[in-house]
Design a protein around this ligand. Sequence first.
Ligand code: ZN
Length: 357
Amino acid sequence: MTSQPSKGMYVCTLGTGGGPIVSASRAGTSTAVRVDGAVYLFDCGMGSIRNYRDHADWGELRGIFLTHHHSDHIYDLGSYMVTGWEVPGESFARPIEVHGPDSPIRRPAMSHDCGSSSEQDFVGPAMTSTVEIVDALLDRVFASDIAIRMADEGRSDPHDWIQPRNIEIPESAGAHPVDCRHPEMDPFIVYEDELVSISAILVDHRLCFPAFGFRIDSEYGSVVISGDTAVSRNLERLASDVDLLVHEVMDLPGILRTFPDGPTRDGIEAHLRESHTSYTEVGKVARRANAKSLVLNHVVPNTPGAADLTTMRSTAACDFGGQVVIAEDNDVFEVRTDSMTSLTGPSISSEQVVQPV
Ligand SMILES: [Zn+2]
């Protein structure tokens, strides 16, 4: 990121809003982690690409990691892949790996009355894998643009620059798309280079399977990105002793106040209750994980003034002894192991930084 020193580990919250609702104040969820001269991107929420370019060059990007396939986490994926493809002065410096969920093969239907599902309830269209999504974007959605630019400008095949990978869940975990979507398991490595090791674990995002949390370890420190999850023992295991935990947060009464009554509201309330983490729980998650600092993102509701940010932060701080910050777009946090994580950024003030209690 252009405003940070060339050495060190930094987290930039490119987009901090949760859900498929357009917000005037928050881009969709996306987080960049910079280690020395390399940038790793976690999720591609709506509008985040503009903030990416404020903080990093295309030549620094090494990989994109998708926590899950909900639209608010992948809206900008195609933009990220095509924008850095051989534009003079704005190009990838190396092939970009895109890691994300494989297809669960079939989609389970769930009764909102009993909250259960069964093998007999599979309905709806086939779901897709990360490789299929990437190929569809390059070979279908952007096919005309790509064909024209290859012929007109002499560009090479974008597949040479974009390398998708479906994350393989270890069989020993015993995961199943219906019966066991988030078994207790150990984290497993999905990516390594000379600067970072990135590991993943299944988290609890209700019917959304697979859904991952990611941990990034470097010589400077460690970061965990929760992805979307209800309170999850796996996430707490992934975040054990982590220097900086970036966790989703929800103000459930706040988001429900924005919906009109009706069956659609009932359905989404069930989704929210069982798929996400309330601000009344997130501080306890950080405490049980023994995290050093807690940054809250994927803020729901995401529209200006709809979430009670003051109550969200103070409640989480009461449950957790470390620093608690509700991220805004473009906040930057330095990650260190030799001391309490240093937090920097425009939203950090003496009022907002909560001292250990
Ligand atoms: Zn989600």
